[in-house]
Design a protein around this ligand. Structure first.
Ligand code: GLU
Length: 295
């Protein structure tokens, strides 16, 4: 049984890095006789770009991708996240936090992914007055190593207490945090294999800890090399990654297939044939794990 997924955020249009992730997750799923789902991670409306979700799906189709079942939209799955947070509340694992970012970050140490929250609100007697403020909800993390064997990167581990700190599941502005939504969704959709970019490696121990707290299975993970510009920055909306050009579908697919160490495909008439070539020649063991510089 294999259920994989591609989970774009509609904060911008698909670029070469997204195409690499889409193709790798698709090929890994199909080469293993699995399903490949698409989930739209539209959790953060202020950061989203109008029309991007529809544009992303249209682009995937134009490149020959077909997904199994309906597209899931995180914006329509609020009940699932409420339920997960409710279970963590009942288990006494989460607490309301009234600290303003400015206050707690001033004295915080740097961790693996930003500042490490000092845990002030974990102790009820230390919590600032609510004063009618809506809290953020944080999960208390354990002081132990959480590690896993990644299909591309190898062994990766963190001590959440030292490297991350108690992290937010529901933001004070009412938006769900990526970490909670992604774990609730992966569990509900029965995802068994996650193939995604290495920018999310740093999030994985948090997600494994949430899976443990919620009694969900931990999927297999494989974190792909990042495509970076000549300054070593990941291609993204912030680094002005150009949107995929639909007139260059074949050239772009061949480009990411080279990055994934696939053999050169013969001449084709349609992009679907390149996807089929990627599936039939797929070998996750040969994918490089270091960043790939591309212009
Ligand atoms: N939505 C995330 C992104 O676009 C991916 C989440 C995931 O694959 O877990 O970066």
């Amino acid at each position: 049984m294999y259920i994989g997924r591609f989970a774009p955020s509609p904060t911008g249009l698909l670029h070469i890095g997204s195409l690499l992730t889409a193709l790798a997750s698709y090929a890994d799923a199909h080469a293993n006789g699995g399903k490949w789902l698409v989930r739209m991670e539209d959790l953060d409306p202020p950061r989203e770009m109008a029309g991007a979700a529809a544009h992303i799906l249209h682009t995937l189709e134009a490149f020959g991708f077909e997904w199994d079942g309906e597209v899931a939209y995180q914006s329509r799955r609020e009940g699932l996240y409420q339920e997960a947070l409710g279970r963590l509340k009942n288990a006494g694992l989460v607490y309301p936090c009234y600290c303003s970012r400015k206050d707690w970050q001033a004295a915080a140490t740097a961790g693996a992914d930003g500042f490490v929250y000092n845990g002030r609100c974990r102790v009820p007697a230390q919590r600032p007055e609510a004063n009618g403020k809506t809290p953020a909800w944080r999960i208390a993390v354990p002081d132990r190593i959480i590690g896993f064997q990644d299909g591309i990167v190898g062994y990766y581990a963190q001590n959440l207490a030292h490297d991350i700190g108690d992290f937010v599941l529901l933001r004070a502005d009412g938006f769900w945090a990526y970490q909670l939504a992604v774990v609730a969704d992966d569990a509900e959709q029965g995802i068994t294999h996650i193939v995604r970019g290495q920018d999310l490696l740093v999030s994985t121990p948090r997600q494994i800890y949430l899976q443990q707290c919620l009694g969900a299975n931990t999927p297999h993970y494989a974190h792909l090399p990042l495509l970076v510009n000549s300054q070593g920055q990941k291609w993204s909306k912030q680094t002005l990654a150009p949107a995929l050009d639909l007139n260059r579908r074949e050239a772009l697919l061949r480009q990411v297939m080279r990055y994934l160490d696939l053999p050169d495909a013969p001449e084709v008439d349609r992009p679907e044939e390149l996807l089929a070539w990627a599936v039939s020649h797929w070998d996750i063991r040969t994918i490089p794990f270091h960043d790939i510089v591309t212009e």
